[in-house]
Each structure stands twice: as structure tokens, then as C-alpha cells.
Design a protein around this ligand. Structure first.
Ligand SMILES: [Zn+2]
Length: 339
């Protein structure tokens, strides 16, 4: 009798329980992947995101609900429209699968450790997981838009930044506890480091943010806003890691592809997305701890930030300069070789 009740009294997530939670995240992620496919298609066209429902781009007939099930729907249809037989791009199930896997990683590294926390922290940790998933979905949408050569949604990204800052000001539990007890720093001051880190790195990466596809000032600001969001949701340390690693990936990409292609390839947002997922795997154990800060800095180390920001900034700037130089050389070579 006692052995049966024991798991209920002592709330500890069993490995089966953890697996179920991760699976839940994967399923939710697949559904969001399906939505992001629609968003990436409709945003550049200025269409409503929810209406009309999904339909075949060729014959315009609505897609049946059971064929709309992420990944499985496409497999059931064997990649063709049920009504007119037009091929449905494998891009849709691939994106759904990638978003599902990414959501699984976030839930596994973030929600599972949070579930083992004390009850009071649980509500805040849940908000944190929702914000982290939101960040990943915004990065996915941006990566898809860049892939299609479409401009990034500047207003949406800026609204997200404003929303997060407002949330951090309104909800004290969402801010660094170390600084809360201090009480001398106003909310905006607490947000200063992650914001400063993002702005400095954004300015240093400016030449990369201006790279095609969808080059131009508005797009560069929209890409920069992604850095600020990343900094607010995951902290200043995460944004430093992500900006440097993404710049290195862009440089490698320029070297491999001999230049930065205009569209149809992975762009800057995709690089940022990849390194953010790597960050989740590396920083996983810290993300669900009671000391976790939700908005602001997940890794407040009092005397570390500026000493880290300077070398990371210099490195990022170096990588950016080399990237632009290589990009310039390859572009000049290709224009010379074509008659
Ligand atoms: Zn059709």
C-alpha cells in the first residue's frame, strides 16, 4: 500500500514521466511547426494567419483536418493533394519535424528540470518555458522567411521586445532575484546588461545583419531585434555565445558556398536558431534551477559580464570583418568570371 502511494506523495519525475513530458512537447511543437509553415507563407503576402484554413495552393480546396496532422498528414497523402493530385512540398513535413524536435529539446532541457523544482517556482518556470518556445518559433519563422528571400517582420519582432520588457517590469518574479533583494536598481536597470550586450553585439554584427537575402535597414533591425529577444529570454551570456557562434557559422557558410546566396539557402536567422538550440543542450541543467532568471540574465555572474563581453565582442567583430572581406572577394571573383 505504502509503495503504491509513495510516488504520489514524493513528487519526483520518473524517467517515464519525463519522457511523456518531452513527447508532449514534441506533439505541441509539431502543431506549431504546421502553423509556422502557414505564417511563413502568409506573412509576406499580408494575409490573415488564421483565416481561411489551410488549403491546397493549386486547387484551393480546403485540407481535411486529419490530413493537417503534422508530418503524418503528409505521409498519409504521400505528398500529393487528395483532390487534384498536385505535389505538396516535402518542406512542410520537414519544418514540422524540425520544430517538433526543437520543442522537444527545449522541454527536455528546460521544463523537465523545472518540474522537479518546488511548487512556488513552478508557475514562473512554466512562463519561462513558454517564452523560450516562443523565441524558438520566432527564430524558425525568421529562418523560413529568409529562406524564401522575404523581409523579416520588423513590427512583430519589435512588439515582442517591447512586450518582454513590459512583462519584466510588471512581474518582479521574472527578474533576477539577486538584484531584487538589493532593491536599489530600477527594473530597467536590471534589464540593462542583457539589452546592452544585445545592442553592442548587434552593432558589431551589423555588416552580417545587412547580408542578403532581404537586405536593407528594416531587415537588419528586425534581425538585430532577434538578438535582443534572445538576450532577454536566455540572458546576456547566451546572446554573446549565440552572436559569436552565428557569426562563425555565417563565415563558414560564405566560405563553403563562395558567397552569401540571395535565397533558397539557410540565412542568418537559421544560424542563430541552430546555436540557440546548442545553447539549450549545453545550458540545460541551469535552465530549470530555482536560481533561474526568466527575463534579463539567466547567468548572472556579478563581475563576469563586462570582462566577457569585451573579448567576445572583439572576436565577433573580427569574424564579421573576415566574413565581409571573404564575401566581397568571392562576389568580385564571380562577377569577373561571368562575361
Ligand atoms: Zn489540390
Amino acid at each position: 500500500m505504502h509503495s503504491v502511494l509513495a510516488p504520489l506523495v514524493d513528487f519526483r519525475l520518473s524517467s517515464t514521466g519525463a519522457l511523456l513530458v518531452v513527447l508532449y512537447g514534441v506533439v505541441i511543437g509539431g502543431a506549431f511547426g504546421s502553423f509556422l509553415n502557414v505564417a511563413a507563407y502568409r506573412l509576406p503576402l499580408g494575409m490573415n494567419l488564421s483565416r481561411p484554413g489551410s488549403r491546397c495552393p493549386k486547387c484551393q480546396r480546403p485540407i481535411r483536418p486529419w490530413h493537417n496532422i503534422p508530418v503524418l498528414g503528409w505521409l498519409l497523402l504521400r505528398g500529393r493533394c487528395r483532390d487534384c493530385g498536385a505535389p505538396i512540398s516535402p518542406r512542410y513535413p520537414i519544418v514540422e519535424l524540425l520544430v517538433a524536435v526543437a520543442s522537444g529539446i527545449v522541454v527536455w532541457k528546460s521544463l523537465v528540470p523545472a518540474l522537479e523544482n518546488d511548487a512556488p517556482a513552478f508557475a514562473i518556470d512554466t512562463i519561462a518555458v513558454v517564452l523560450r518556445l516562443g523565441l524558438i518559433y520566432l527564430l524558425f519563422t525568421s529562418a523560413l522567411l529568409e529562406f524564401d528571400g522575404s523581409p523579416l517582420p520588423l513590427r512583430l519582432n519589435l512588439a515582442a521586445v517591447l512586450g518582454l520588457v513590459t512583462l519584466a517590469i510588471l512581474v518582479p518574479e521574472l527578474r533576477p532575484p539577486q538584484l531584487l533583494s538589493n532593491g536599489t536598481l530600477p527594473p530597467i536597470g536590471i534589464l540593462a546588461f542583457p539589452l546592452a550586450a544585445a545592442v553592442v553585439l548587434g552593432l558589431l554584427s551589423w555588416p552580417l545583419l545587412l547580408l542578403p537575402p532581404s537586405a536593407g535597414f528594416a531587415s537588419a533591425v528586425a534581425r538585430g531585434a532577434l538578438l535582443v529577444l534572445l538576450s532577454l529570454v536566455l540572458g546576456g551570456m547566451a546572446v554573446m555565445f549565440a552572436a559569436l557562434a552565428a557569426a562563425v557559422l555565417v563565415l563558414i557558410s560564405i566560405l563553403v558556398q563562395r558567397g552569401w546566396p540571395p535565397a533558397g539557402r539557410l540565412g542568418w536567422a537559421a544560424m542563430l536558431l541552430m546555436v540557440t538550440l546548442v545553447w539549450f543542450v549545453i545550458a540545460g541543467p541551469y535552465l530549470g534551477s530555482n536560481d533561474t532568471v526568466i527575463i534579463g540574465d539567466a547567468f548572472i555572474v556579478p563581475d563576469l559580464p563586462w570582462r566577457t563581453l569585451v573579448p567576445v565582442g572583439v572576436l565577433t567583430a573580427g569574424v564579421v570583418v573576415v566574413g565581409r572581406l571573404v564575401h566581397g572577394i568571392t562576389i568580385r571573383r564571380t562577377t569577373k568570371s561571368t562575361p
